[in-house]
Design a protein around this ligand. Structure first.
Ligand SMILES: Nc1ncnc2c1ncn2[C@@H]1O[C@H](COP(=O)(O)OP(=O)(O)OP(=O)(O)O)[C@@H](O)[C@H]1O
Ligand SMILES: [Mg+2]
Length: 129
């Protein structure tokens, strides 16, 4: 279903991914393991269209999707779900949650109660993702 073939991805001049390949079949769950900074997030961002590999190709459902925009890939069933803090950096937790669910920001006043914007308290530990 997903084939990543020999991709090389950069941040500017920094060459991060060197000839990365992986494949997933329908129904499989695959974990990508590696130390901090190994390139896991960069790999996922490449697959989801947030970064464009300079070399290599990505096929989804047999179709070449390398270089497609994230919104185009979402429509095909591929999306990136970040685990980082500050996803919406200027919003409080309440506003972020409400804007995506129709929850407290829309007046229900229930559910998310955090407003610890930029407090750095929202993670259990480490910096990995
Ligand atoms: N926006 C960026 N600009 C430049 N270099 C970056 C950027 N984001 C990540 N890097 C670098 O790319 C390399 C791979 O980072 P990446 O975030 O993909 O690693 P990771 O495996 O997800 O790490 P972690 O376990 O810490 O989440 C690291 O050397 C990192 O410093
Ligand atoms: Mg990461």
């Amino acid at each position: 279903m997903l084939d990543v073939r020999g991709i090389h991805t950069y941040y500017g001049q920094s060459h991060i991914l060197f000839d990365v390949s992986l494949s997933l079949r329908k129904g499989e769950i695959v974990g990508l393991l590696g130390r901090n900074g190994a390139g896991k997030t960069t790999t996922m961002k490449s697959v989801c269209g947030m970064l464009r590999p300079k070399e290599g190709s990505i096929l989804f459902g047999g179709e070449e999707v390398t270089g497609r925009k994230p919104y185009q890939l979402v429509r095909r069933g591929t999306c990136y779900v970040p685990d980082d803090r500050r996803f919406f950096a200027d919003l409080t937790g309440t506003t972020t949650w409400g804007s995506s669910t129709g929850g407290p920001a829309n007046g229900t006043g229930r559910g998310c109660t955090t407003s610890s914007r930029r407090s750095g308290r929202s993670r259990a530990g480490g910096r990995g993702s």
